[in-house]
Every structure is written in structure tokens, then in C-alpha cells.
Design a protein around this ligand. Structure first.
Ligand code: IPE
Ligand code: IPE
Ligand code: MG
Length: 248
């Protein structure tokens, strides 16, 4: 089997087409204010509203955010319950506004982990906004990058592919966000510099940006700083700097 890549090099753009964000630091934001952690999560929903709007205005076509990881079930039961309630309330209250603004809404992750009510709200929101094209806003909930690769592999095996037929393209087609360009820019707030099992496969060539800003404080100006940093990066995709410059 050849390991020489058959992948096309994506065209460079000034504005990232796809931004993926780990929205971290809600708990610490609240703690600093002597508030309960859930107050930070509530404030985090507000910050997200601003970032969605800013992405749409700047011409970003895909925004994918990590809202709840498959590991977050390990948190105290009370926090998990409050997060689920917040998620449900956001689904009930925000989807109409997303739709009015031409935004397509999607959820990726193992949805069977959620209540029937939440699953229904998700399906309805996805159906309502399916035809929107301005920005695709995807929430990763009960999501894990390893889970995603395993569920893709299971689909290939269920389809009866032989080992020879399994290649990167075949696997990539079965991943949760197969129909989207891979993220150009990854942002993690909250100071931690790790991926925490987010989009493992898709981040292979993404530009990584880490900021100490806590998620509730992350505003459109902070987003612009991240995009400005992205613009200074040279995306070589394995080539030399000279090759990149002569190709552009
Ligand atoms: C991110 O903020 C939100 C979720 C994981 C749901 P945290 O709750 O992880 O905030 P910190 O990291 O404790 O500050
Ligand atoms: C990652 O944040 C997941 C989300 C933001 C939803 P965590 O706060 O759970 O990550 P770790 O545990 O610090 O790696
Ligand atoms: Mg955290």
C-alpha cells in the first residue's frame, strides 16, 4: 500500500472557511466571580451567540464548536444535568433566530446519550434549517474524535468493504462532518493546549490557535485576533516554503 498522499491541497483563503472551537473556561470564569459553574455556562451561550454572528458576517462558511465531550459525563451529576437543561433551553430558544439568519444547524456526536426530548429538538432544528447556506453551525455534543473514527470504521465494515478497499478517502466519507471542508483554524480558549478528543482526524492540517481568554470573555474582537494570527501562517501541507510561494 502506498503512503504517498492523494489528497488535494486546499486553496488558501484570507478568511478561514471552517473554524473549529473548543469553548473552554466557563467554570473558571464563574469561579473567579464566586458564582456557580453553571453561571459560566450560561454566559458561554451568550458568547457563542456573538461568535456565530461574527462568523456569518465575516464570510466563514462553517463553524463547529465543542459543547460536550464524551468525557464530560465524568463531571458531577448536578453539573451534567444543568448542562443538559441549558442545551435544551438553547435548542428551544435559539433555533428560530439561527433560521432567520440563514444559518444551518447541525449536531454531531452520539445522540443516543441524550434524552428523547433533546433528540427530537435536534432532529427538528436540523430539518428546519437544512436548506440554509449562509453558515453551517455544528455543535459537537457527546462527541469524541475517537468515537467518530470508530463509528466510521463500523460503517465501512457493515458495508462489506474488504481491507484493500479501505483507504483515507473511504474512511473520511463516513466521518460525522464528511461533507465539510476540514477546519482551517482551530481555536481553544481557556489556556489549555490540548485537543481533548475533539476532531482528531479532521485537524490533521488545521492551524492551531490557543488563547488564555476564558470562553465567556471571547468576543468578536478576540475572534478577529485569531483570524489575524491565521493569516500570518504559511500552510505548507508538506511542501517547502519556496514551493508554496511559487504556487500562489
Ligand atoms: C467548557 O468550560 C464547557 C464544557 C466543558 C461543557 P469548562 O466547564 O470546562 O470550564 P473550566 O475548564 O472548568 O474553566
Ligand atoms: C473540552 O473541555 C470539551 C469542551 C469544551 C466541551 P474540557 O474542559 O472538558 O477539557 P479537559 O478535560 O480540560 O481536557
Ligand atoms: Mg474545561
Amino acid at each position: 500500500m502506498s503512503t504517498r498522499t492523494k489528497q488535494a491541497i486546499p486553496a488558501g483563503t484570507d478568511v478561514p472557511r471552517h473554524i473549529a472551537i473548543i469553548m473552554d473556561g466557563n467554570g473558571r470564569w464563574a469561579k473567579r466571580r464566586l458564582m456557580p459553574r453553571v453561571a459560566g455556562h450560561r454566559k458561554g451561550v451568550e458568547a457563542l451567540r456573538g461568535v456565530i454572528r461574527a462568523c456569518a458576517e465575516r464570510g466563514v462558511s462553517h463553524l463547529t464548536v465543542f459543547a460536550f465531550s464524551s468525557e464530560n459525563w465524568r463531571r458531577p451529576q448536578e453539573e451534567v444535568t444543568l448542562l443538559m437543561e441549558l442545551f435544551m433551553r438553547a435548542l428551544e430558544n435559539e433555533v428560530a433566530r439561527l433560521h432567520e439568519n440563514g444559518i444551518r444547524f447541525r449536531v454531531i456526536g452520539d445522540l443516543t446519550g441524550f434524552s428523547e426530548r433533546i433528540q427530537t429538538l435536534i432532529r427538528d432544528a436540523e430539518a428546519l434549517t437544512r436548506g440554509n447556506t449562509r453558515l453551517t453551525f455544528t455543535v459537537a455534543a457527546n462527541y469524541g474524535g475517537r468515537w467518530d473514527i470508530v463509528q466510521a470504521m463500523k460503517k465501512l465494515m457493515a458495508a462489506g468493504l474488504s481491507p484493500d478497499e479501505v483507504d483515507e478517502a473511504a474512511l473520511a466519507q463516513k466521518l460525522s462532518i464528511a461533507d465539510m471542508p476540514e477546519p482551517d483554524l482551530f481555536i481553544r480558549t481557556g489556556g489549555e493546549q490540548r485537543i481533548s478528543n475533539f476532531l482528531l482526524w479532521q485537524l490533521a492540517y488545521t492551524e492551531l490557535y490557543f488563547t488564555d481568554a476564558l470562553w465567556p470573555d471571547f468576543d468578536p474582537a478576540a475572534l478577529d485576533e485569531a483570524i489575524a494570527s491565521y493569516r500570518t501562517r504559511e500552510r505548507r501541507f508538506g511542501r517547502t516554503s519556496e514551493q508554496v510561494r511559487s504556487a500562489s
